[in-house]
Design a protein around this ligand. Sequence first.
Ligand SMILES: Cc1ncc(COP(=O)(O)O)c(C=O)c1O
Length: 418
Amino acid sequence: MNPLPPTAPAPVAAPVPRTDAPVIDVAEERRRTAGAALTPHFNAAGAALPSHSVVSTVVDHLRLEEQRGGYEAAAERRDRLDDVYRSAATLVGATAAEIALFDSASTGLRVLFDALRPERGQRIVASSSTYVSHALHLMSTARERGVDLVVVPHDEHRRVDLAALETLLSDGIPSIVTIAHVPTSSGLVEPVERIGGIVKRYGGTYLLDATQSVGHLDVDVDTIGCDVMVTTGRKFLRAPRGTGFAYVRGSLLERLLPTAPDVRGARWTSVSTWDVDASARRFETWEGAIAARLGLGAALDETIQRGVAATEEWLVAAGRRLRAALSDIPGVTVADPDGTASAIVTFVIDGVASADAVVALARRGVRVVSVPATHGQWDLGDRGVPAVVRASPHVYNHDDDMTALLTGVAEISRGAGR
Ligand SMILES: Cc1ncc(COP(=O)(O)O)c(C=O)c1O
């Protein structure tokens, strides 16, 4: 821990250029977001601040459950629940029948990866940007079922090396290619469309972990060419915790069965037979947090109304400004690959453990997180970086928030002895 001695002179924060993307009305976003006025919150990549209307949607439904009972309340809101699938489909360019709701991205990844039934003789090809829980699932599957697991080499920017991927897939071994669009451990953006082109050319199933990109970047499943896409609610979508959704391409859906059919997505038709729902709902479970799902629907609608392209442009510009300003602070090193085009900003402060920097910033009221190598051994571990500080803005962060973050980082860095 390196708190600044109280007598230290006030450091000069790096200048923050004004936001000049008029399509996002930051003042309006702040009015709609109770938490925005309370603290400079830079943790959209962890769990973003939800808007009033998302929170009211959840609370209203809980009140309805209080009055009617859970099943009766869900029946009253059936149309609105169906709308959640339509909104999710609209956002990612799918049809409602291709959408399944989950309680998290990890559940979606697990259920859908298992449904692909990887077996000996097949191969799992994963990006070095793979998220910890998914990587652990891939490794345990590989170990227990004798499936080959290959972490595809990366280029000098730590993106999937496309030539290496092509060479790998050209041997014809049936492969499941699983890629994190944007990882947890840096602002890297994988070349997901070009990966889609390669998987299509050589054959294979393309699973996209879009947990950090939906609500952040423009994610269109057809443009990308993925067969399966999974995301979570609470991050850049600003939905309640305990929500997530997945897309399964219609043509794949016809041959993909859940490994553990549930009464929600399957019908027990005789002593020893069952059939499954025609839609991606075949992968869902009966029980779910209906209030949170309705909140997800509200967050999806807000994202669509705000505009995906405008949001992406604003967030990428915010990430760029933050990186530029951080790299001007003595003792601070931005840890993202050069040219990173996302709002996930990672950095280290010389002589200050990332976890300590997070605590020191929290004392100043600024919220960021530390991402340790244990959350990404194929990335941070491979780079020999024990942990990074991660700051991830959203459309409710105004320039004063940026200044508070940069001032705090400058103070902490100065307190480390420079
Ligand atoms: C890239 C990525 N994938 C998957 C996940 C897991 O998401 P969830 O916590 O909703 O399961 C995360 C969580 O941080 C993530 O960053």
